[in-house]
Ligand binder design. Sequence first.
Ligand code: NZQ
Ligand code: ZN
Length: 386
Amino acid sequence: MTSFTCYNPVKLVFGKGMIAELKDLIPPDLTVMLTYGGGSIKKNGVYDQVRAALADRTVVEFGGIEPNPRYETCMRAAELAKSEGVGFLLAVGGGSVLDATKFIAIAALYDAGDPWEIMEGRAPIEAAMPLGAVLTLPATGSEMNTNAVISRESTGEKLSFGSPHVYPQFSILDPETTYSLPERQTQNGIVDTFAHVMEQYMCGIGRAPLTERMAEAVLITLVEEAPKVKANPDDYEVRANLMWCATVGLNGWLGCGVAAQDWATHMIGHELTALYGIDHGRTLAVIMPAVHRHQLERKLPRLVQCAERVWGITQGEDKDRAAQAIDRMEAFFQSVGVPTRLSAYNVDADEAAPLVAERLARRGVKIGEYGDLGEQAVREIVMLAR
Ligand code: NZQ
Ligand code: ZN
């Protein structure tokens, strides 16, 4: 086990009816800016619950944050926050609204230049406005982590940043808010969660037995719950289990004591979203099996462990069991309803492979748990996903 620091100050408020708790979670004297997306919260009653909980507060609204939130939109929100004297940001929605709000929290206090410098890693993050969240889509773990992913329309980039300054002060998770999710978004959330766990767990380096078993517990729970949510989308217990899986999947715990993490799938996936507009979760279903096949030799011990503990494959040669574990993962994504090949998204791998590889190479990005997958490897991985 490697040495680690575990720090996560997010107050998680989980369960039916918990949005009402908002009144005690935000300091009463602050002007609140409520940020939201394209309007789903107005149809499913979440907006009404939030406004009722904040009935006696000064609230400014900023709606229209798009999936894969844009820098340009965030900058408009930051200007509004400044001009209205906002003191607290409340994100109500999915990962995109939460991520955008994290960026707005920084941009609203940043006067050293263009906040995009932060996304490019050229400027440090020194402060952020306090924020909280009401999550309506379990997937990203953004409700309990330091990360955000922002796209820039003018340059076609999709970049991420992380800072403890943007930990939400609290996140409210009411599983009932997820009943209204379109099936596609539920599917995306299951795959995204599964992939987050795998990025931390499926690595060739080091051992952290307790953390590995925690990761396996999340994977097994997802495999058990996915068919249930398909059959009964309004089952509270199933929705609650999926929501808790997503949070645990990327709140830092599964990285404790882990020597190195992979994240190659996410890095390639973000480029596919930027280039072709494919949903984040879907890019992962396409790329993760390809990464694992490409890196089978180096990930062999962990793949064999996963085969046995997650998929119950106990017979056969190691390489054969490892290959079966990858096949089972791909079949799982398909069973959730997410296609796992580029061709299903009308993307030509021959065209995509060099484009994705060049875009990552241009930024000097080397990926995988060894940090050595460069342009050639990325090309090969994308071709495996054709
Ligand atoms: O915009 P509205 O109208 O709210 O509709 C949204 C959106 O169209 C809808 N939706 C959300 N909750 C709903 C709902 N519709 C009905 N009922 C509800 N309860 O779902 C659509 C997708 O929402 P979005 O927030 O984009 O999805 P998700 O949560 O999957 O977030 C994806 C973004 O998060 C980033 C991705 O790259 C992508 O930009 N990620 C963020 C991470 C992080 N912060 O740690 C890590 C992830 O790996 C990921 O990269
Ligand atoms: Zn993800």
